[in-house]
Design a protein around this ligand. Structure first.
Ligand code: TA6
Length: 296
């Protein structure tokens, strides 16, 4: 049997339920957002809030939101990114995670199935180059691969920051550490954006919101509770964001049960701050993440 893809409705959002012998996934057409991914015979890898609202135009808490053409708060981005945005309040994490994408292509194969989504050409705000092609390719199998591609078909230089804002399911954040970031510089957004150096693996024992810089090799979520490691391999990304809201911030978050902070951890594959992407006319960039489980 190869893949089976069915359309389903979650409240206001049309989604695709993808079932393959090697793994299953749920993807919302809004934001081309992977909401669930479970390799065959494993615990879920991607976390989705039980209180997710699936409302049109509202971000869905969990899954892998696509942050583009900027990451985080617009005013925290470099001037070369901000100059392409219109004045006034801008949503966190860009324009595309809360907007409808279209499914362009499905490629079934023996071990995987690939779905390609495009962000339909629409009138960006006048300050943003109009002819920019944005594509997300999702490959589902025993592993999950995503590739976010930007092709600058305009005549202007384009600078962007971006992230695959992955929420991972963990047994209990007390039982988890993040490896692969040792000795990396990070920006602690909870300590006046001070830059610090990571000593050893990352333990989560309070609200954590860090942007790691110069990350190249694989990052691992080491989950001793479920005796597994979730390995995140990336290409063309030199920044990674580690985020857990902990107790108090968790209570202030939308679509987020009070105890959910224990069962999720964001490790995001990104190009932010000095890792921003600069595309001359005709240039393209591809932000790749490959997610796999290793049982210990
Ligand atoms: O990636 C970490 C972060 O920027 C946190 O600061 C927090 O705001 C999180 O993203 C969630 O953002 P959201 O807009 O999805 O609630």
């Amino acid at each position: 049997m190869s893949a089976r893809i069915s359309v389903c409705q979650h409240n206001e959002l049309p989604c695709l339920q993808v079932t393959h012998p090697q793994g299953s996934a749920l993807i919302a057409l809004q934001g081309a957002q992977v909401l669930e991914y479970t390799p065959h015979g494993q615990q879920p890898v991607i976390w989705l809030s039980e209180q997710a609202g699936f409302e049109r135009g509202q971000s869905v808490r969990g899954g892998i939101p696509v942050c583009w053409p900027w990451f985080g708060a617009a005013d925290r981005n470099p001037p070369s990114v901000r100059q392409l945005l219109p004045g006034g309040e801008q949503p966190a994490h860009g324009w595309v995670r809360n907007a409808p994408w279209v499914l362009r292509r499905v490629d079934p194969a023996a071990e995987t199935v690939t779905l390609e989504f495009g962000f339909p050409h629409r009138r960006w705000p006048a300050t943003f180059p109009e002819d920019v092609e944005l594509t997300l390719t999702v490959t589902i199998g025993a592993q999950l691969s995503l590739c976010l591609s930007t092709h600058n078909r305009s005549s202007k230089n384009l600078t962007l920051t971006q992230a695959l804002h992955s929420y991972f399911a963990v047994s209990d954040v007390d039982q988890v550490r993040v490896g692969g970031l040792e000795q990396k510089t990070y920006v602690d957004t909870l300590a006046q954006w001070e830059r610090r150096t990571q000593a050893g693996s990352v333990a989560i024992n309070a609200e954590t919101d860090r942007i790691y810089l110069g990350t190249r090799d694989g990052i691992e979520i080491i989950d001793s509770g479920w005796r597994r490691r979730i390995r995140i391999e990336s290409k063309h990304s030199a920044s990674a964001v580690v985020w857990n809201p902990w107790i108090d911030k968790g209570k202030r978050l939308s679509q987020f049960p009070d105890e959910a902070w224990r069962r999720m951890l964001c490790v995001e594959t990104a190009n932010v701050l000095e890792d921003r992407v600069e595309l001359a006319p005709g240039d393209s960039c591809h932000l790749d993440a490959r997610i796999l489980v290793v049982n210990d």
